[in-house]
Every structure is written in structure tokens, then in C-alpha cells.
Design a binder for this molecule. Structure first.
Ligand code: C2O
Length: 343
């Protein structure tokens, strides 16, 4: 049977690192939960662009939307602090599995990883668009798989911007080139061009060599009543995990903010990082061979609950998110410089 997500009222204390004890990650309670229905016909297409290529008009819109989101009271499920807590609740044991009170629900390290984060970003984007009254608004993606995108996007590094987060690695500010293989230690003696070439090889290895099937890319099956963390997909481990840790502050106990589940989504860059992960899912399906989504009904019928742009709790299922155009968005078509980067 599919993993079912408990309603927001069933959220309890999360398992947190010692320095974050006492944090409440649970969403506001509600008595009404509505099932998601795909828009027919699909809404006008929202096109997500690379964060390093957006123009000033977009930047203005996005920062305005983020300021409004951050200004909402923290009791509002659409507020930025509540958006950040969604990640904590679903990833640090805030929920147990329906019918299995001793079994934590965990959306990482399994086939739930891509669909959960896709839905998460979908609602985050809809809320931002609603706050600025622009249904075409689309969040940007951190295009770390291309040379020009291999630094923190500068839009996020201006201390006066609502996109800024002070809790990041100071040594990794632009123009520092990102290390997709990062393990907590900088390889400072490596010239930028070699780092970039290494990164492209990592992309090739993870997206092409190590992702030939749904199991290898999306992660292992995770069904109702089964243990969490059966195994994540190749790209979920590297570069998804490495970019998290590279961005977080190595001088904090848990590489906060980006380097730990409970705090990662407090950094606005989290959503840009995940937009690129989400884009990788779309790209993967175009690479041919056996790269197709699971057809297992326990995957298709797995469900989650999120609050939407009207602060309404919505139950969504994996089956409704496999095609982004049905959800009303897609990704700007950009080069895949790693596609021939065989080691
Ligand atoms: Cu929910 Cu990037 O992790």
C-alpha cells in the first residue's frame, strides 16, 4: 500500500539536533483538507529560468514576493517561516506513518524524494505568485550543472535582499566555484577550470551512468509500513546532498542552514537548489533507455499535504505531479554541458 501522509493535526515534536531542541516544526492545525484537482485546461505555463540569467524586472518581482512572504505572520501557513518548517516536519520525524505510530515518515532517501519536493516547490511558487498577483510567476533555478551557474547566484548574496541568508559558508560566496563532490573540505589548490571540468564529470556520472533505471534515479520503493530510508537515487546523494553541505556554514554544528534537514529551507537558496533538482527529474526522462518513471501504484498513490496560496490544506498524490506541464510549469531550455562529459 502507498505511504499516506498524515494530516497536519497529527504532527508532533521532531527529532532535532541538540542545538535546535524545542523548535516547533508543525504547520497550523486545520479541520478542512481538500483533494487536489489538476487544472483543466492547464493554466498558462510558468517558465522557470536559471537564477544567474534573470533580468532586473524579474529580480524586482521575486524580491517583492519574498518580502511579502516574509512579512506574513508566522502563524500563516503561507509565511516564509512556515514554508521552512514544512521541510523540518516531513524530514525530521514530525510525522509518523498513518497506521504505524512507531515508524517515522521520511521523504528523503527513497522514491518519495522527487515527488515530495516537486509538490513543495509547486505550492511555494503559487503562494509567491499570489502575493504579487501574478499567476505567471515562476521561481528561478540554481543552474549548478552549467559553468556559469557554478557559484551561489548573486541575486541571493546581497545582504539587503530578502533572498539573502547570513547562515551560509563565508568562504563559498561568489565568485567561489562550487564543488559538486564537496565533502566538507575545500580543494583550494584546484584551478577553477579543473573544478568546473570535475563538476561536469560528476553530472555525467550521476545523471547518465548511475541513473539508468527508475530505481537508480528516483530511489528505492518505500511503502506503507516499511522502514524509512530504503535508499535514495544517485543524484539525491550527489550533487543534491553535496550542494546542501557546500552552501551551509561549516562553522555551525550541523552546517546550518542548508546543510541540515531541519534548517535547510530557511535559506531562500534552498528553493532554487531544489528547482534544479526538479529540473533534473524532467531532464532525466528525456535521456532515453530505461529512464522512465515508476508505474507502481504504491508510488503513484503516495500522498502529501500542503497549504496552498489560499491557506487551504490540500492533499496531493504523486500521480498528479509526474508531468510538470499539467501542473502549469516547465523549465527554460538550457544547455546540458555535461551530456558528453564521460570521465
Ligand atoms: Cu528535502 Cu534538499 O532536501
Amino acid at each position: 500500500a502507498p505511504v499516506q501522509t498524515p494530516n497536519p493535526n497529527a504532527c508532533g515534536p521532531a527529532d532535532l539536533p541538540s542545538n535546535a531542541q524545542g523548535l516547533n516544526c508543525c504547520p497550523p492545525r486545520t479541520t478542512s483538507i481538500v483533494d487536489f484537482v489538476l487544472p483543466t485546461p492547464p493554466s498558462t505555463l510558468r517558465v522557470r529560468q536559471p537564477a544567474h540569467l534573470v533580468d532586473d524586472e524579474f529580480k524586482e518581482k521575486f524580491t517583492r514576493a519574498m518580502s511579502l512572504m516574509k512579512a506574513l505572520p508566522s502563524t500563516d501557513p503561507r509565511s516564509f517561516s512556515q514554508q521552512a518548517n514544512v521541510h523540518c516536519a516531513y524530514c525530521n520525524g514530525g510525522y509518523s506513518q498513518v497506521g504505524f505510530p512507531n515508524m517515522d515518515l521520511q521523504v528523503h532517501n527513497s522514491w518519495l524524494f522527487y515527488p515530495f519536493h516537486r509538490w513543495y516547490l509547486y505550492f511555494y511558487e503559487r503562494i509567491l505568485g499570489n502575493l504579487i498577483d501574478d499567476p505567471t510567476f515562476a521561481i528561478p533555478f540554481w543552474n549548478w550543472d552549467t559553468q556559469a551557474g557554478m557559484t551561489m547566484p548573486t541575486m541571493y548574496t546581497d545582504p539587503n535582499s530578502p533572498l539573502y541568508d547570513p547562515i551560509r559558508d563565508r568562504g563559498h560566496q561568489p565568485p567561489k566555484v562550487l564543488d559538486l563532490n564537496y565533502d566538507g573540505i575545500d580543494s583550494n589548490d584546484l584551478p577553477d577550470q579543473s573544478m568546473i571540468a570535475n563538476n561536469l564529470t560528476v553530472m555525467y556520472r550521476q545523471m547518465v551512468n548511475n541513473s539508468r533505471t527508475a530505481r537508480l534515479f528516483l530511489g528505492a520503493p518505500y511503502r506503507a509500513g516499511s522502514f524509512p530510508n530504503p535508499g535514495g537515487g544517485s543524484v539525491e546523494n550527489i550533487p543534491h546532498g553535496t550542494v546542501h553541505v557546500w552552501t551551509g556554514d561549516r562553522n555551525r554544528q550541523n552546517f546550518e542552514n542548508m546543510g541540515n534537514f531541519y534548517s535547510a529551507a530557511r535559506d531562500p537558496l534552498f528553493y532554487a537548489h531544489h528547482a534544479n533538482m526538479d529540473r533534473m527529474w524532467s531532464v532525466w526522462k528525456t535521456l532515453g533507455g530505461n529512464r522512465r518513471d515508476y508505474t507502481d501504484s504504491d508510488w503513484l498513490n503516495a500522498s502529501f499535504i500542503f497549504y496552498d496560496e489560499n491557506a487551504q490544506a490540500i492533499r496531493v498524490r504523486v500521480r498528479d505531479c509526474v508531468d510538470t506541464t499539467k501542473l502549469g510549469y516547465n523549465y527554460q531550455d538550457v544547455d546540458l554541458p555535461w551530456i558528453n562529459a564521460q570521465p
